[in-house]
Design a protein. Structure first.
Length: 195
């Protein structure tokens, strides 16, 4: 059985996490942010070391361990009764993040819609990330070179990802709006997408 899924796409700082967390509070929606899954690893887990190494350079963690970790997280969420795949819509944020991951997950995801939180203003993204660095103590948000590299990786990976899923599924939403307006735009489209 495939998971009924909504994907949140957008550059680092575009607000995927903010929207994903709100959607995850609605009954029958389950939010999973891949970055949060990595950050919840205990320091003794060998993958935590790999995560710090790659994010410190603004790079993506290699696809195989990432997808494996994600699968384990989802299976575990099912086992403990937090995620009910038959009734719940899965809201994914931060995965799949490139074409290879999308192909790896193709057999398990029934993607109903993609909300592409898009932002042309590089400076506003950088400002959001630097604010987040202070609030959430994230090293990968603090360094300007690392941020630049992450945004570059994001730009390279996103086009092939969007064309893999095709234009019918993609809803472009202006992420420079206030979070409430972004949410309004997402909610305006979500019902039809998951029906
Ligand atoms: P952001 O979207 O702002 O980059 P995330 O919390 O989603 O923040 O991700 C933080 C970092 O974790 C990424 O820069 C990347 O190194 C790593 N990461 C998260 N998700 C993935 C993924 N699906 N594949 C590979 N690396 C990932």
């Amino acid at each position: 059985m495939k998971y009924k899924t909504i994907l949140l796409f957008g550059a680092p700082g575009a607000g995927k996490g903010t929207q994903g967390k709100i959607l995850g509070t609605i009954p029958h929606f389950f939010h999973c942010a891949c970055g949060d899954v990595f950050r919840s690893l205990s320091a003794s887990n060998p993958l935590a070391k790999i995560f710090i190494e790659y994010t410190g350079r603004g790079q993506l963690v290699p696809d195989e361990p990432t997808v494996k970790l994600w699968r384990n997280f989802i299976k575990n969420s099912e086992r403990v009764g937090r995620f009910h795949p038959k009734e719940d819509v899965l809201v994914l944020d931060g995965i799949p993040r490139n074409l290879h991951q999308a192909k790896m997950l193709d057999g398990v995801l029934d993607v109903r819609a993609i909300f592409f939180l898009h932002c042309k203003n590089f400076n506003s993204l950088v400002q959001r990330l630097q604010r987040r660095a202070l609030k959430e103590n994230r090293l990968d948000d603090a360094n300007l070179d690392v941020i630049r590299h992450r945004l570059k990786v994001y730009e390279q990976e996103t086009e092939p990802l969007l064309s893999f899923y095709g234009p019918k599924l993609v809803h472009r939403i202006d992420s420079t709006q206030s979070p409430t307006k972004v949410l309004r735009d997402v909610l305006g489209k979500i019902e039809k997408a998951i029906r």
